[in-house]
Ligand binder design. Structure first.
Ligand code: BT5
Length: 242
């Protein structure tokens, strides 16, 4: 059985796992509702909301057909956990932001190490719209702010448990571990808000057509088709982008 550790406070759940990666087993996870040094991608930070959010990291070990696509597969896993716990339907902004009503509800940070991968997930649960306004995050939201219902005092624990079921060895992610993104591609594309919209990326802009089996965003630009794998992609109509 994988372990799920609760910490009343932590600097960063990803850092906690990284520091102990050699001792942790596949599927072991840690969570908190207070994270003082949360990290995003590219050196950015993740806002702390003590008692109002979930900060969760899981360690994945063993063979994986396509590690580079883990962020995309993880976003589907988190989407499923949110559906089962709270009955909410989120969308995915490529590669791995989860949106509720067009605003960012979840951020995911996967970090590969020689001993395994740490997959960190931040979920906004019960912050108010005012909280995000004061934090300077106009395009962030929480379950409570969107649905008008507080997900309750046990929401973080329930969601952490549901996430651990999604990532458990032999669990739903097994198909991805064995075969990569291909078997999940139809589902991913159906959830992806980028498709059919104009996107801007490092080096161009165009109409996002699809996501390929290597997790790349396929964009039709004036100069022909381009496949985007890294960097920031802005999507028309999302996060205030035109
Ligand atoms: C992410 O980065 O979206 C990945 C965030 C991962 C956080 C989890 S929490 C558990 C684990 N432990 C960690 O230390 N990290 C992981 P990125 O795509 O770079 O987005 C970061 C940007 O999102 C920031 O620059 C802000 O604009 C915005 N942001 C910050 N806090 C937010 C929040 N709570 N909700 C929504 N957006 C936020």
């Amino acid at each position: 059985m994988s372990e799920l550790v609760y910490l009343a406070q932590v600097d960063s759940t990803n850092l906690w796992c990284r520091q102990r990666i050699a001792q942790l087993s596949d599927g072991d996870a840690v969570y908190s509702s207070c994270q003082t040094k949360g990290r995003g991608r590219l050196g950015r930070s993740w806002e702390n909301a003590p008692g109002s959010a979930l900060y969760y990291s899981v360690v994945l070990k063993g063979d994986m057909a396509d590690r580079a696509c883990l962020p995309l597969a993880a976003s589907l896993a988190v989407q499923q956990a949110l559906r089962s716990c709270f009955g909410i339907e989120t969308a995915i902004k490529w590669p791995n932001d989860l949106l509720l009503n067009g605003k960012k509800l979840v951020g995911i940070l996967c970090e590969g190490l020689p001993d395994g991968i740490v997959c960190g997930i931040g979920v906004n649960l019960s912050q108010t719209a005012e909280f995000f306004r004061l934090a300077g995050l106009p395009y962030a939201t929480s379950i409570a702010a969107e649905t008008g219902r507080d997900p309750g005092p046990h929401a973080a624990e329930q969601l952490a448990q549901a996430l651990s079921r999604e990532f458990a060895p032999g669990g739903p992610l097994e198909v991805f571990r064995q075969w990569g993104l291909s078997p999940l591609l139809e589902k991913y594309q159906a959830a992806c808000v980028n498709l059919g919209r104009t996107v801007t990326f490092d080096g161009g802009s165009g109409l996002a057509r699809s996501v390929d089996s290597e997790g790349r965003l396929v964009v039709e630009t004036a100069g022909g088709e381009q496949r985007v794998f890294t960097g920031e992609v802005h999507v028309g109509g999302i996060y205030g982008k035109l």
